[in-house]
Design a protein around this ligand. Sequence first.
Ligand code: GLN
Length: 308
Amino acid sequence: MINKIDYEKIFFEISSEFSEVDDLGKIATYIPELGKVNPSKLGIHLATVDSQNYSFGDSDELFSIQSVAKVLSLTLALKIMGRDLWTRVGVEPSGSPFNSLVQLEYEHGIPRNPFINAGAIVVCDILVTCLDNPKKQLLDFIRKSSGIGSVNYSSKIAESEKKCGYRNHALINLMKDFGNIHNDVDVVLDLYFYLCSIEMSCKELTQTFMFLAYGGVNPITNQRVISLSRTKRINSVMLMCGFYDEAGEFAFKVGLPGKSGVGGGIVAIHPGKFCIAVWSPKLNKKGNSYKGMKVLEALTSKTKCSIF
Ligand code: GLN
């Protein structure tokens, strides 16, 4: 039985407390299109497994979910390839920035985990190998498992990133040299950039990721997205690796599995209880939403509701 908590009141309290605090982050401008977003946006949406919904601010506005989408590509690749996927990418925290090249060289082209850029690129390579029309089939999978038919890529953002994604080009070429990319690098990167360009609102994110709070089933559509045991694994990798070199900090301060993106979005899961999405575009030095992290820390502190 879930205790009824007035989350909307708590969101209001948190945002009033933060209106006094400077939002110290900086918007991501290395993807030129992302630099056009209004930096003062703040959206929060929390959905419980028993269909209660609580929102605040810009929670219905679409934004670029960026690396949050890496959880969805991993989910599809795991369904298709099963445990063999873990021979191509690890499950350990990297302790390095999301776009770092350093570890890849001495670990022979096997990325530490599927959420750093290199790992997500390998997952895209797997999808290119296994699917006839990966871009369409990935989107179909996301639409079907979320129950939101309007979810889409933003070609503006994908093409903007493609033009200056020099590090991602370096990462994929290094892995290709080590034999861990099996397809044409441009085809794989095209899928990767489109994956990162997906747009959703905070509300849509909670509906899409709710399966991770509900044992692999989306309670809204009643569809099984993935098995219970793989739900456990995805949540574990989120807890350990969802925030790159700040994963420890997020677990320490928030205490939930989660995933961030450079669009300023964060999704966090309380298995068996709720899914929450926060959007605030300014990022801290590690590339995670500055305010988003603070909102979630305040939420789990005020409600005393983390997984620990
Ligand atoms: N598309 C971004 C990149 O490849 C994703 C990074 C992120 O959201 N952390 O750099």
